[in-house]
Ligand binder design. Sequence first.
Ligand SMILES: Nc1nc2c(c(=O)[nH]1)N[C@H]1C(S)=C(S)[C@@H](COP(=O)(O)OP(=O)(O)OC[C@H]3O[C@@H](n4cnc5c(=O)[nH]c(N)nc54)[C@H](O)[C@@H]3O)O[C@H]1N2
Ligand SMILES: Nc1nc2c(c(=O)[nH]1)N[C@H]1C(S)=C(S)[C@@H](COP(=O)(O)OP(=O)(O)OC[C@H]3O[C@@H](n4cnc5c(=O)[nH]c(N)nc54)[C@H](O)[C@@H]3O)O[C@H]1N2
Ligand SMILES: [Mo]
Length: 702
Amino acid sequence: MLYPYNRGMISNFESSYIPVACNRDCGATCPLAYFPGSGAVAGMLKDNPLKGERMRSCIRGLKALDTINAADRLKKPLIRTGKRGSGEFREASWNEALDLTAEKLQGLKNRYGDEALLGLAGSGACRSALHNTGKVAGRFFNLLGNITRTHGYYSNTAASYTAGLVLGGRHGSDAETFLQSKLVILWGADVFTTRFGNELESVLLDLKYRGVPMVVLDPVKTGTVDRLGARWISLYPGTDSAVMAALLYEFIRRDKVDRDFLERYSSGWDVIESYVLGEGDETPKTPEWACRISGMKREDFDWLADIYGRVTPAAMLPGLSIQRALGGEEAYRFSIVLQAARGNSGIPGGSAGAHVWDAAPKPRCGSLSALYRPDQPSIPVNIWPDAVLEGRSGGYPSDIKGIYNIGTNYLIQGSDVIKNRRALEAVGFLVTHDFFLTPTARWSDVVFPVSHYLERDDIVFPDNNYLYYSAQIQQPPEGVKDDYEVCRLLSERMGFEADFTQDRSTREWLDYFMEHSDIDNKEEFRRTGIFDGGAHNRVGLEDYISDPDRNPLETETGKIHLSAGDNPGFRDDFFLQQEEEAQLGFPLRMVTPHAKYRVNSTGSNLPWVIKREKDELSMNPLDGAARLLTEGQFVRVVSLQGDLRLKLHLDDCVMRGVVRVFNGSWNLDSTVNNVTSTEPTTPSLGSRTHSVQVEVLPAAEI
Ligand SMILES: Nc1nc2c(c(=O)[nH]1)N[C@H]1C(S)=C(S)[C@@H](COP(=O)(O)OP(=O)(O)OC[C@H]3O[C@@H](n4cnc5c(=O)[nH]c(N)nc54)[C@H](O)[C@@H]3O)O[C@H]1N2
Ligand SMILES: Nc1nc2c(c(=O)[nH]1)N[C@H]1C(S)=C(S)[C@@H](COP(=O)(O)OP(=O)(O)OC[C@H]3O[C@@H](n4cnc5c(=O)[nH]c(N)nc54)[C@H](O)[C@@H]3O)O[C@H]1N2
Ligand SMILES: [Mo]
């Protein structure tokens, strides 16, 4: 018997467990445990009994057995026989599929050069040291040659750009530090759905019971508003920086700016103040100005300006949503500026205003190197289909003839599905590794069936000060291999196996990573699944704030460089562009957030998810009435990029003038990226999937 589960819920036959950790691209990453079944009782996943007090797992992780046991799990390599996307494949032996792939890759290299191959590695299993879709893929691709890679993330390109310039990087805080907050501002953050680490919800619920005021700024009244009993303030997507600038205007007017703090810790406030007061453009960023742009109610604005101007420490916790919108770089900037202007940066209960849940230092631990090459051709991930379709003549670094895809479903998760389809159809050879025949896999020439994180040993990295050991609970189904093994077998065929494996087995890799780690007792770590790095009350920026001269930030000035980069301010050029689209017949602003039970598109095929996720368009009843639309009818959503067909749900949780469709459906007729665009937000070239202008029309029932 290892660790008895002592909460009276587990009977004797389940009293030993195998530690596992949820390794998905969700913001939480939780330590779980597999309790093997016995007789008629099936094995099950539960919380790791040794988890931290505040850690909360969720149904997405606890239901992971449904993924590995799914009826539609791929178990044989597939080779395409019909047209791309037709779903016509034949099953092949591993030898045949691997030989064919090695031959095609070599052929592409010989004929067009290394850079004709584009490597895509997505958010599959992306939190671990070894079987990490990004790292395994990167290592294989980069040993294969100087192939074209992608950089940046769909998630946070604009945020990373801005935080890099203004703060010199990420300065997250441990969740427990927010227990000292006297005000919590969740700006575009639906943290009970898209989670910020695995401890924040418990902290926020404590604050709720203590009566700490909380506010959620979101075009939609989300589950987080209800769970926290928070005040909901609605505003149009993509207008956050306008409201933030007007809050600064009010702080200046009411003498609520902490000028001593700014003087000591920041640079560039003069530029920001002059912008806010309208000295350059003759537009003072007044509450009237911001409410007109954002659709925010004046009484909401005044309430927020008052409480935020009065109460410290205040935790500003922006979601990533505010920067997956045109002008998202500036929303992220102003969130940091507001925290500095109120003296909330770097103090317990405050926050840096950016990447707040992430990136306080973590325990040291080795991980597989992706071996990126210094002068490798690289394209921003968000515009991969443009790079494929336009190539060198369009100013991209290479002419792409083949794509190797490990752990992405970019056909539907990338913006503009029609463009993505064209791009996948334009390449000569496309390989995918996945568990299921996802839409992207359907478009591939070869599909390799791969193992799931429950079927392999790994070390998993959460966002807080822990490491998790995730042990194999069962062998993968017969015929299924690890991504690592598929890449090893190809590298063997192509002559670079020794470089790929460095003569290590997967077990030896994990030992090697642990040798280069803070883990003192490796056997205990393997047995319990949890290594605790110790400190859990670290405040982002605290070193800098305690001694700015000794601990300067990695910014141009060594300080919080508020005005770093070009033209800080609300991006009215993008705003005007959207207004023009509204005039052209696309007046509704659409948000496309992440669904509760899926992680991105994963889960779309699973019965338990299908039961819970309704693929529908949510619209305010007044907007529905104006269009003579009724609850439950089918509607067509049209944008400049394309259209889709969905059921309508009228819901006054959605602000007037806004509609919402969750991203991630595998259904090609209704998946939301049919109407989004790859036009990036600038200057960071990030995605802008929350800036979509649409119209909604009645559609015939099919
Ligand atoms: N359950 C679940 N959790 C996930 C994921 C998942 O798919 N499912 N995905 C994970 C990944 S990859 C990521 S990157 C993160 C994403 O985390 P976020 O980017 O923070 O999440 P979103 O779901 O895009 O949006 C969160 C909220 O912001 C609102 N919103 C949208 N646009 C705007 C805007 O312009 N301004 C304001 N103020 N609000 C806006 C939406 O209505 C939504 O309620 O979540 C992670 N966690
Ligand atoms: N409209 C709209 N679109 C969006 C967003 C939005 O907010 N709105 N959000 C964007 C964001 S933030 C992100 S991060 C992207 C995500 O885009 P993707 O990275 O394409 O996201 P997933 O749907 O999670 O696809 C991951 C795939 O990897 C597979 N997988 C899981 N584990 C493994 C493994 O171990 N090995 C292999 N080979 N495969 C594995 C899964 O089955 C799944 O098919 O989507 C973006 N798209
Ligand atoms: Mo993401």
